[in-house]
Design a binder for this molecule. Structure first.
Ligand code: 2AM
Length: 187
């Protein structure tokens, strides 16, 4: 609150919608696109994630202040780099909106992110690594069955980095901006 000429004025601090993302290796991105292509052959009303936006969310931070964003960035940089290798598990959904490919291999890094951000954000209670490939308003049974039919490729993909992302929302969909990127060691 600033006081000028006896009048109080409130200065609004711009907030930033941020999340911690695991940057997808090309092979996983390709598999996600293959999943989208598979679904496009079915007759469902889905909004597909733009290819450039495909990612695995390690932690959603919500709308945070510039100071918190700087603190998050500093703390993420203190995480000891480790080898991370991802493997696709299957296609599925979080009804009623999210269609995903489940991914194994991100749990340990997710735990480290939670630890690094302790005191700023609550730790995740039910983390399930996934790539959101499409969004919808409801998941009919037929779609659930079809997701079970999608055969994910057997891949072990090393990941080279994770990042702090800022999400800019608009009617055209989200645009993600990389705030900082953190290298992982080769696995
Ligand atoms: P998801 O797609 O992996 O589920 C960037 O906005 C990402 O943060 C989204 O892709 C989504 O991850 C996650 N996210 C967005 N809003 C969220 C919310 N309210 N709660 C939890 N995660 C959210």
């Amino acid at each position: 609150m600033a006081k000028r000429g006896g009048r109080k004025t409130t200065v609004a601090v711009r907030r930033h919608r941020c999340f911690v993302s695991l940057d997808l290796p090309a092979a996983l991105r390709d598999a996600a696109v293959a999943g989208q292509s598979f679904l496009r052959t079915k007759e469902h009303d889905l909004r597909y994630t733009a290819v450039s936006n495909l990612h695995l969310t390690l932690k959603f931070l919500g709308e945070i202040s510039p100071d918190d964003r700087a603190e998050v960035r500093k703390r993420l940089g203190l995480i000891s780099p480790q080898g991370v290798s991802l493997r696709l598990v299957r296609a599925g959904c979080f009804a009623p909106r999210i269609v995903w490919l489940a991914v194994h291999g991100a749990d340990e890094l997710q735990r480290q992110v939670d630890q690094a951000l302790e005191g700023l954000f609550e730790p995740e209670r039910r983390f399930m690594g996934h790539i959101t490939i499409a969004r919808t308003k409801g998941i009919p049974d037929a779609l659930k069955m079809e997701l079970g039919d999608f055969v994910v490729p057997v891949l072990d993909c090393p990941v080279s980095s994770f990042s702090l992302q800022e999400s800019h929302l608009s009617h055209l969909g989200p645009r993600y901006e990389t705030v900082a990127r953190f290298a992982l060691t080769e696995s």
